[in-house]
Ligand binder design. Structure first.
Ligand SMILES: [Zn+2]
Length: 347
């Protein structure tokens, strides 16, 4: 139900004209924000048939999900997404991981990023007996592996015993911030369903308040701004200006003016937010998202300039494809999709 709601939201989602911070290419990039859709090159972690949607912001016990669940059959190989060193097996860095805590892995990438693999197999193949093992031979704390190495197998261990088997996959930037790996997984060839990444605010579930930071806070700031209530810079940091803007909005719509963004305020924001206010022929650029970006990506692909998956997010690959298209069409190469580039694309 959540996924369907997210899907319809994505279809009506409009431009977010804010500078998304794309890390990955820039080694000097500052820390990511919670839930940032990063451009990070990785090897897809499941070798075989699978699917996933953007479940990063879903509410789960203990807060938001801050991961992607890659649905796949038990015993499909799980691969290291990058070159790196195994740091933990079953949540311990020691040499004898507790078999009762089977089965999880933490991989510290050579570039300082980190990936975590949860719900690996714990059953004898063909059963649900909890008596098996889901970590590949020789995979132990301190062992260095290359990207693509089989490190384990898909399962349903931990609190996934009652659900379909899947790999719960987390990605952390070098400062330990949980980023949203949706885009990175899609660009690694993952089979994502739906029309792209969810909306961190409207599909999200976190109670937002002063001191919070993240992609959901940034989206909140953009939405408030578009509603004519300036929260200050859309910097992803919930400070006093953002709190004042939230209270202003709450007074406006007649709900408790507590400056907290919970379900009632989200619903009121959603109801008030009008995607129709966006110009239909806006100039598209890096960081934009929406159905028109999806269309742009399809047209670029048709024209032979691969923008990556048509996921409605104008990321660095889409940007590169626009540059390449503009060069081949002898247009000004600026990465901006305005009237001239639109018409050259038949957009
Ligand atoms: Zn999960």
């Amino acid at each position: 139900m959540k996924a369907i709601a997210g899907l319809s939201r994505v279809f009506v989602m409009v431009a977010v004209v804010l500078p998304m911070i794309f890390v990955g290419d820039q080694s000097s990039a500052s820390a990511a924000e919670l839930g940032e859709l990063v451009e990070y090159q990785l090897t897809f972690p499941v070798d075989g048939e699978h699917h996933f949607r953007d479940w990063f912001w879903s509410r789960r016990s203990g807060g938001i999900h801050h991961a992607q669940d890659i649905m796949a059959d038990k015993m499909l190989p799980v691969l290291a997404v990058a070159d790196g060193t195994i740091r933990q097996v079953n949540w311990t860095g020691g040499s004898s991981p507790d078999p009762a805590r089977c089965c999880t892995l933490v991989l510290k990438h050579d570039d300082g990023w980190e990936s975590r693999y949860i719900h690996l197999n714990n059953d004898t193949p063909g059963t649900d007996d909890g008596a098996g093992w889901g970590i590949a031979e020789g995979i132990a704390p301190g062992v260095h592996v290359a990207a693509g190495t089989v490190i384990g197998w898909v399962g349903d261990s931990g609190n996934a015993e009652g659900t379909a088997s899947h790999l719960h996959f987390e990605l952390l930037d070098p400062t330990g911030v949980y980023v949203n790996p949706f885009h990175a997984l899609a660009q690694a060839g993952g089979n994502w369903l739906g029309s792209g990444a969810g909306d961190p605010l409207f599909d999200g579930s976190r109670l937002l308040r002063v001191g919070d930071r993240g992609a959901d806070v940034q989206r909140l700031q953009v939405v408030l701004n578009e509603l004519g209530i300036s929260p200050g810079a859309a910097d992803g940091i919930f400070g006093p200006f953002t709190a004042a803007a939230v209270r202003g909005f709450q007074i406006d719509v007649g709900i408790t003016a507590d400056g907290l963004v919970g379900p009632a305020t989200r619903a009121a924001l959603d109801a008030r937010y009008d995607p129709g206010t966006q110009q239909p022929d806006r100039i598209l650029r890096l960081g934009d998202r929406g159905p028109d970006v999806t269309r742009l990506q399809e047209l670029l692909g048709d024209a032979g300039h691969d923008p990556g998956p048509a996921d409605g997010i104008f990321g660095t690959r889409t940007n590169a494809a626009v540059h390449s298209f503009q060069a081949s069409a002898r247009l000004t190469v600026d990465g901006l999709v305005g009237p001239i580039t639109r018409s050259a694309l038949g957009f």
